[in-house]
Design a protein around this ligand. Structure first.
Ligand code: FAD
Length: 409
């Protein structure tokens, strides 16, 4: 029996594993090759929804989507990869064991970057993981019952996509919690501040930038730009120049960096910590290792654009990596991945959303029209089929590039 190991059960890992099982099934080779996934949690997390108030539907049990297609999985963390010796070290409840592989797909994703801001690590919240988002929700619940200075002031640091989505949700989310908890609606006390070091917020958002600024103003979010943070402590933050903000809830949205497991692969990584992959998703110069999602840097559109750390790219990268790793093992021709479109759909809370097209982010839709698209993406498009049906899962894992999400109405 040969073995394909997939590290990670996020967007790239899930689709790599199901994609591999699909190709093995098609080739009648399921009894010669096993697919084993390693993931620390028993769930596939719909990570892009961690800024939302209701996290209830964001976890998909791995057994629901892997068992029907015959993929085995180990609830544990890969702690090392020996590329030459072809084995992964897996830690399960503190005990480590080797897991040999014939082919490997690395899909361990990314994590929030650190920043050299004093007090950040000890005091800041985040929405990078489900656990982080749950912790923030518990904090909000506590704060609506608190009457201390700054208890209803919420500071979001970083106006990238995640920071803007969190800041847009917070004003009504806190007000809803105040109402639901029977607290007097201390509306005038609710303060949401979005802090950005650059001269404007959301500068990467191209043609949508002015719309985002306008929507945040209408939502009552204060924007502070060109600001450096000196330090964070128990009761708030001090900005360079000495200005003080009293707050008990700071949410760090400083960007993502590839999983540290990429260091085990003997290649030069890019500034985001990603390993370079060729069009088949094989790590350049490393024959038995494929990589997909946030750990991998692929080139699209004839090499003109780098893949973006996104669910948008991780899912097709996963489907193609799964297909190709099996082809490689069985000596079949592999399929190149190229994606000739790029969109960004950014949630702006009750105001709606913005939808941009192209790498330069031309504004294509805004308000409720864009919000309808975002809703379909967040609740349907990025979910695996939840029918428990093998054929449905295999269909969804086919190595194809979907069309961009359609704008309707
Ligand atoms: C709040 C938020 C909003 C976002 N919004 C969007 C959006 O609107 N559109 C978009 O395209 N993208 C969005 N993103 C980015 C998107 O979520 C990521 O790019 C995407 O999740 C990457 O997929 P992945 O499979 O590479 O990694 P992940 O989804 O992070 O999955 C990695 C998996 O690997 C596991 N893992 C990590 N380390 C190990 C280990 N050592 N051993 C085993 N398993 C391990 C993790 O637990 C996880 O299950 C958003 C991200 C956040 C945080």
């Amino acid at each position: 029996m040969k073995r394909i190991v997939v590290i990670g059960g996020g967007f790239a890992g899930l689709w790599s594993a199901i994609g591999a099982a699909r190709k093995l099934d098609e080739q009648g080779a399921s009894n010669q090759v096993e697919v084993v996934m390693v993931n620390p949690h028993a769930h596939h997390s719909i990570r892009v929804r961690n800024y939302e108030a209701d996290l209830g539907a964001t976890l998909v049990p791995l057994s629901d989507v892997l068992s029907p297609v015959g993929v085995q999985w180990i609830q544990g963390a890969a702690t090392d990869i020996d590329v030459a010796g072809k084995q992964v070290t897996v830690s399960v409840r503190g005990r480590t064991a080797p897991l040999p592989f014939d082919k490997l797909v690395l899909a361990s994703g990314s994590r929030l970057v650190d920043a050299p801001i004093r007090g950040l690590a000890d005091h800041a919240f985040n929405v990078d993981t489900y656990e982080g988002a749950e912790r923030l929700e518990r904090r909000l619940l506590r704060m609506v019952h608190s009457h201390g200075a700054g208890s209803l002031t919420f500071v979001v640091i970083g106006s990238g996509l995640t920071g803007v989505e969190v800041a847009s949700e917070l004003p009504h989310r806190v007000r809803d919690l105040l109402v639901a908890s029977g607290e007097r609606l201390r509306e005038c006390e609710v303060r949401v501040v979005l802090i950005e070091r650059a001269p404007r917020i959301a500068m990467a958002m191209g043609g949508a930038q002015p719309v985002i600024e306008q929507s945040l103003t209408q939502l009552g979010v204060e924007m502070m730009t060109g600001v450096e943070i000196e330090q964070i402590d128990d009761t708030g933050m001090t900005l360079a120049g000495g200005k003080r903000i009293d707050t008990s809830t700071i949410i760090w949205c400083g960007g993502m960096h590839a999983s540290p497991l990429t260091r085990c692969i003997p290649v030069e990584r890019d500034a985001l910590g990603r390993v370079p992959v060729d069009k088949t998703l094989r790590v350049e110069g490393v024959p038995d290792v494929f990589a997909a999602g946030d750990v991998a840097r692929a080139l699209f559109e004839d090499g003109r654009h780098e893949s973006v750390m996104s669910c948008q790219h991780s899912r097709p990268m996963g489907r193609f990596a799964g297909h190709n790793v099996v082809c490689d093992l069985l000596g079949l021709p592999m399929l190149p991945l190229d994606i000739d479109w790029y969109t960004t759909i950014l949630d702006l809370g009750p105001w709606g959303a913005v939808y941009t097209e192209g790498w330069e982010r031309r504004l294509a839709a805004q308000g409720q029209q864009a919000k309808n698209v975002k809703r379909v993406i967040n609740t349907e498009r990025i979910y695996p089929p939840r029918t428990g049906n093998r054929a449905d899962l295999f269909n969804a894992a086919a190595p194809i590039v979907q069309a961009p999400p359609p704008i309707r109405g």
